[in-house]
Design a protein around this ligand. Structure first.
Ligand SMILES: C[S@@+](CC[C@H](N)C(=O)[O-])C[C@H]1O[C@@H](n2cnc3c(N)ncnc32)[C@H](O)[C@@H]1O
Length: 258
């Protein structure tokens, strides 16, 4: 079950919840004569689907989605909300969380403590070239562009709405953002490459990093370590979520000259 795409599993669980609910309604009708209020059936469907979700392999936070789906449908029909609204909300969400399905990387943002740690990391370097892989709203790119020892600060992003916001933000405050898939970026140019992605792309990303980054460069991954690769350093930050920065100094991973 866990191998199925989450969206398929979620729909199967809704189907199973519907079957169970139909059985319960059949039995209930022996004592309480139907019809039953639609709102109660929608809530029961939502509660059942939410209850089953975590147990059948969906991440537990999907319970909220599983509950909201039948209840939202009921509310939409009851109040005769124009279905174009649902489409519009879906399209906007899709344009923000564009990479959540394909890359398994949603949008969440680096905090101020982490940015200060990046500043500390490069404080002894000069003319640093910084790249944020999947730069979201561009906050890191702008922050780094304003440091005196940063020569160039770039970001790449493919989700349309974050890209547009990042583009505007960097036009006004500094740095450069490109509408580019991170897999197509050229890493050889950069001294510090930063990523805050998810566990999913890390093994493939590591191959790209070791193939392309120069030996004095450093890769910083916020929160997600590269599996089976010992980082050069781990910084645990003093913020609320105890952010861990995994630092990979490329010289530690390239074959030493004889
Ligand atoms: C967790 S957010 C981090 C945003 C920003 N780097 C920060 O730390 O505040 C990850 C971002 O990577 C973007 N992303 C994921 N896969 C990508 C890809 N293949 N190419 C470009 N951007 C990507 C997502 O759209 C999302 O905005």
């Amino acid at each position: 079950m866990k191998r199925l795409p989450k969206i398929v599993l979620a729909l199967l669980i809704q189907g199973l919840a519907l079957l169970i609910l139909a059985g319960v309604v059949q039995i209930l009708s022996l004592w309480v004569a139907p019809p039953y209020p639609f709102w109660a059936l929608a809530v029961a469907q939502g509660v059942l689907a939410a209850f089953l979700s975590c147990r059948l392999g969906l991440p537990c936070w999907w319970r909220l989605i599983q509950f909201s789906l039948p209840v939202g449908l009921y509310l939409g029909l009851h109040f005769q909300i124009n279905p174009w609204w649902a489409l519009l909300i879906f399209v906007v969400l899709w344009m923000i969380f564009f990479n959540a399905i394909k890359e398994r990387v949603p949008l969440y943002l680096t905090n101020g403590t982490t940015r200060q740690a990046l500043k500390k990391l490069i404080k002894r370097q000069q003319q640093v070239r910084f790249l944020d892989l999947g730069c979201g709203l561009g906050g890191n790119v702008v922050f780094m562009s304003q440091l005196v020892n940063v020569e160039r600060s770039d970001g790449v992003e493919t989700a349309p709405i974050p890209y547009l916001i990042a583009k505007l933000f960097t036009l006004v405050r500094g740095g450069n953002v490109f509408a580019m898939d991170l897999w197509k970026s050229q890493l050889a140019y950069y001294d510090v490459v930063y990523a805050f992605l998810s566990p999913e792309p890390m093994p493939k990303l590591w191959q790209k990093l070791v193939n392309e980054m120069h030996s004095d460069a450093i890769f910083v991954s916020n929160s997600f370590a590269v599996p089976e690769v010992e980082p050069s350093e781990i910084w645990e930050l003093d913020d609320r979520r105890k952010t861990k920065l995994y630092l990979y100094r490329m010289q530690d991973f390239q074959p030493k000259a004889a």
